[in-house]
Design a protein around this ligand. Structure first.
Ligand code: HEM
Length: 486
């Protein structure tokens, strides 16, 4: 949810903080400020064109780490030598805060990242550029009010209990792939909350087609020159097939709803989206807009939560002292009772574990913006039309935001700890376009973890996983975890 502190401009302009910033000297591999690359003048330090090519493999195989190293090597504002438009990496928390929150009106979403995503989600709330966004946000908001998302408590309990039942059939000490398990649970929970039913029939077809289409988005992003959508390449044909299935399945779900005489069940998010009217007289969502929102929630609310849960399991498994404290909290707060939304205030340590896992492994590892007007960020003139890359992954490791940043320490987020530096913690983004599903995701995560910890202890069953950063940052090759019965 957008809180006042997240969306209101700060009272005074931020200091530039130039004194805190390190600038590398020009040297081999460093592009010289003032040089021209194609149509673009370089006005901040960054890799030379030759260095960019040398880094290409590394950037492709470990892009999140590449961005951290780029910030460490070139500084807080890095310009990449792209000949068609100025492209910057912005890492200092103060600059991130300026772009995403203080001066949010000056930046939009007309970037490759969001244009690619829009191939699947259309102009849904996540990908839509500034002009259409405000009406959509007003109309979608009621579906994310606390009363509306309270059903995530029952949905999470139901799905988690089914998963635990399955795990109980395994021998004690069995190893599961936490990544695959969390992906499945995450999909089931978001589908139940959206559609009020199990993953079956058209709901399953919708979810599967969304995932297939998303795979194509990832494959396109990894192909240096992706052919335009009208060329019948294998990728484009897969995408077209997935979109046809998606539109067919969503259309059938919507037609069924419109034939319902009245609702005599607990309303789900789709009911709220269909009923959405705005006090400012906005027209309700059209069928096409509803389709775009449904797909957006499946895309934005599934792999993100699954990835954050998976990393949380890894961190808990790898830190026995943290795990012991988590077990103790769950036992004291709940005993054996099913955790409910009302129990969340009594699980502050679990919440801190999730917050800290999201700091070290933010699933949305890149946020991009296009400058709709010229700006000055951290002392660098940003021309209109520039693309700004903000990486929560990098900023969450920035020394101006976090001391000893690589250390997993949930105490950073316990009640009473100093709040994070502004712009220094953004797993859910920041400013007006803050994630609308933030509370949904945090509630779901804490409740699922609490329920599993009542039944099992978790231990590592392999070396620390490598990160695979595609649309989301997930462990490469899955995450083996050993389940020990309690
Ligand atoms: C741990 C889980 C999640 C993470 C890490 C996450 C992350 C993010 C981030 C970083 C943004 C901002 C993107 C930007 O500024 O460009 C965002 C926006 C958004 N998220 Fe999430 N998200 C999560 C869960 C969810 C869930 C569960 C839903 C819905 C069911 C959801 C729906 C959305 C939507 C619709 C937006 C766009 C909001 C707007 O622009 O008004 N997210 N999310």
């Amino acid at each position: 949810m957008t809180s006042a502190s997240d969306s209101q401009p700060a009272p005074e302009a931020p200091p530039t903080g130039a004194a805190e910033r390190s600038w590398p000297a020009d040297g081999p591999g460093v592009a010289q400020v003032g040089r021209r690359v194609g149509r673009v003048t370089i006005n901040a330090p960054g890799p030379s064109t030759a260095q960019m090519f040398r880094d290409l493999l590394r950037a492709r195989s470990a892009p999140a780490d590449y961005l951290v190293q780029t910030q460490q090597r070139y500084g807080d504002i890095v310009q990449f030598p792209v000949p068609t438009m100025p492209v910057y990496l912005i890492s200092h928390p103060r600059d991130v805060d300026q772009v995403l929150r203080i001066n949010a009106r000056g930046y939009g979403k007309r970037t490759i990242q969001y244009r690619n995503l829009a191939l699947v989600t259309g102009d849904g709330l996540l990908a839509v550029d500034t002009p259409g966004w405000r009406r959509q946000r007003r109309l979608v908001q009621p579906a994310f009010h606390h009363e509306a998302i309270a059903r995530v408590g029952t949905d999470t309990a139901l799905v988690t209990d089914r998963m635990i039942e399955r795990w109980r059939c395994l021998p004690d000490g069995a190893v599961i792939d936490a990544d695959a398990e969390m992906m499945h649970a995450g999909l089931e929970i978001v589908c139940r909350s959206l559609f009020g039913t199990d993953l079956a029939g058209d709901v399953e077809a919708t979810a599967q087609a969304t995932l297939d289409a998303l795979d194509v988005v990832v494959a396109r992003a990894r192909t240096p020159i992706a052919p335009p959508a009208w060329v019948p390449s294998p990728l484009n044909r897969t995408m077209a097939r997935a979109l046809r299935q998606l539109d067919g399945a969503v259309g059938r779900i919507l037609r069924e709803r419109s034939g319902e005489p009245g609702i005599d069940r607990q309303p789900d998010m789709l009911d709220l989206l269909i009923a959405a009217r705005d006090e400012e007289g906005d027209a309700p969502f059209t069928e096409e807009e509803l389709r775009d929102q449904i797909v957006t929630f499946l895309v934005a609310g599934h792999e993100t939560v699954a990835s954050s849960l998976t990393w949380t399991w890894w961190l808990l498994a790898a830190h026995p002292a943290v795990r012991a404290q988590a077990h103790a909290e769950v036992a004291a707060a709940l005993g054996g009772a099913i955790p409910e939304v009302a129990d969340l205030p009594r699980l502050p340590y679990l919440r801190a574990v999730v917050d800290e896992a999201l700091r070290l492994h933010p699933p949305g590892w890149v946020i991009s913006r296009r400058a709709d007007a010229a700006d000055t960020v951290g002392g660098v003139a940003i021309p209109e039309g520039s693309v700004l890359i903000i990486s929560p992954w990098t900023t969450h490791r920035h020394p101006a935001a976090w001391a000893d940043a690589e250390r997993f320490d949930p105490d950073r987020f316990l009640p009473g700890a100093p709040p994070p530096v502004r712009g220094g913690y953004l797993p859910f983004g920041s400013g007006p376009r803050l994630c609308i599903g933030k509370d949904f995701a945090l509630w779901e995560s804490v409740l699922l973890i609490a329920r599993v910890l009542q039944a099992f202890d978790v231990e590592p069953a392999g070396p620390p996983p490598r990160t695979r950063a595609l649309v989301m940052a997930r462990p490469d090759g899955g995450l083996p975890i050993r389940l020990v019965r309690r």
